[in-house]
Design a protein around this ligand. Structure first.
Ligand code: TYD
Length: 428
């Protein structure tokens, strides 16, 4: 049984952290206006009050300048800035669990209703909400209490308002509902505590304990990225990590060969230009040895701790490179990689699909090839065939992504496919 049957959430500073977008847009506007960029403490004060007021009060602009600065701010905020939000960790899971256990879940925000709806939809959170209440067009000075009243259902049961500012706590008191003051947002902590909220949550975990004490730790997830040399994996891994973090996930990015000190030492042997006549079997065994260490020391513990592990290459690389391209028997590759196959298989493998010819062309223009890359085009073609075969064999695990598009578009496709899958599998 939940302690509260109706839960109202503030948005900014409670569900999402809008600071990165607000800072970036304020800096953009100040640069356009030729004004110096103030320190972080001053920028922090932009969170909350109307924009033009902030430019006038904190940067010393005239009224006319402040209006121009606000227009520059919006020039960046409307297309990009609003997406530079971050969902606080565990909040996605909390909203889902509250809904699943029958609570009425609403957002009562001072942000215009249309913007709040857009942000919540973008982050895939609308599905967990019964109501979003924010100021409508033309409503300027609407109180938190009025927003709570608007969002209040019939038969509300015990109610609580969760927020990071004094306004949230006072609004709750006015409506005779309990309140949780969260200290992980950007409200002034001393002030909010002095307003006597019913509960104080220092961290997202505290909030989960107050609202849904039986909720378990989030599930981890293991994702690998694969593709021929030069398909753009490293760029994509970095972009994917940033995006997952924005959506509230804790992500550990790693790579193979490597990912922990011992495996990084093995990596040096494997990728050195002078290989001392390394034979294919030695090569395969070294990749497998590095992997065994990586699995035990990093991958399994991180997944068990509820993190998303994003690994650049994994056992499929050994099958495609040492098996299909070097010509070693697949069954033997599987045998020496038994730890991976039995204890540590990824839930999803993003396959950045690009032909060997295309990747080869792109790579020639870029960097000096390492020992494996020096093998040439026909070697890469065998790897490509190996991956295509793996994709046909493991259609549920392999998630193909068209890697020939622009990096931003590839990232969008990769994230959309992964996020859809994680939602389906209850990875929140
Ligand atoms: P790296 O510089 O990390 O290349 P990439 O960015 O393409 O991953 O080098 C890793 C090289 O090792 C790459 O050519 C693929 C190869 N490799 C194997 O041959 N077998 C394996 O099991 C793994 C993990 C990598």
């Amino acid at each position: 049984m939940l302690p509260y049957q109706t839960v109202f959430f503030d948005l900014d500073g409670t569900i999402t952290d809008s600071q990165p977008g607000i800072y970036a847009c304020a800096v953009y506007a100040l640069e356009k206006m030729g004004y110096p960029i103030p320190d972080d403490r001053t920028l922090r004060r932009f969170m909350g009050p109307p924009l033009a007021e902030s430019f006038a009060n904190f940067c010393g602009m005239t009224e006319e300048e402040a209006i121009r600065a606000s227009n520059f701010y919006r020039e960046r905020y409307n297309p990009i800035g609003w997406k530079e939000n971050r969902v606080f960790s565990r909040i996605r899971q909390l909203l889902c669990e509250l809904k699943k256990r029958g609570a009425y879940v609403a957002v009562a925000t001072g942000k215009p209703q249309a913007s709040a709806e857009k942000i919540l939809a973008y982050f895939g959170l609308t599905q967990y909400l019964d109501c979003i209440a924010g100021p409508q067009n033309g409503e300027f000075h609407i109180s938190k209490a009025e927003l709570i009243r608007r969002a209040m259902p019939e038969n509300a049961g015990r109610c609580v308002m969760v927020g990071d500012t004094v306004g949230d706590v006072m609004g709750a008191k006015e409506c005779h509902v309990d309140s949780v003051a969260v200290l992980y947002g950007y409200g002034e902590n001393a002030e909010i505590i002095a307003s006597h909220p019913t509960h104080v949550a220092e961290t997202e975990d505290d909030l989960c304990n107050i609202l849904c004490p039986e909720m378990e730790k989030g599930k981890g997830y293991f994702v690998t990225l694969e593709g021929v040399d030069g398909c753009g994996k490293s760029t994509q891994a970095a972009m994917l990590k940033a995006k997952l973090e924005q959506f509230g996930y804790t992500v550990h990015r790693t790579r193979e060969p490597g990912g922990c000190p011992l495996a990084e030492e093995i990596r040096k042997l494997l990728l050195a230009k002078e290989d001392g006549g390394m034979c294919p079997e030695t090569e395969a065994l070294l990749f497998a040895a590095a992997r065994a260490q990586h699995i035990h020391q990093v991958i399994l513990p991180k997944v068990a701790a509820g993190e998303i592990v994003l690994c650049d290459r994994y056992v499929d690389s050994s099958i495609a490179y040492q098996g299909d391209a070097r010509g070693l028997a697949r069954a033997w590759i599987m045998e020496i990689n038994r730890v991976a196959l039995t204890k540590g298989m990824p839930s999803a493998t993003l396959y950045l699909r690009m032909t060997a010819e295309e990747a080869f062309r792109r790579r020639l223009a870029e960097s000096e090839p390492d020992r494996i890359e020096q093998m040439g085009l026909s070697f890469q073609q065998k790897i490509e065939q190996g991956y295509e075969q793996l994709m046909a064999e493991f259609p549920h695990r392999f998630v193909p992504v068209d890697a020939t598009k622009k990096p931003d578009e590839v990232a969008e496709e990769a994230f959309a496919k992964l996020f859809e899958r994680m939602n389906r599998e209850g990875i929140l």
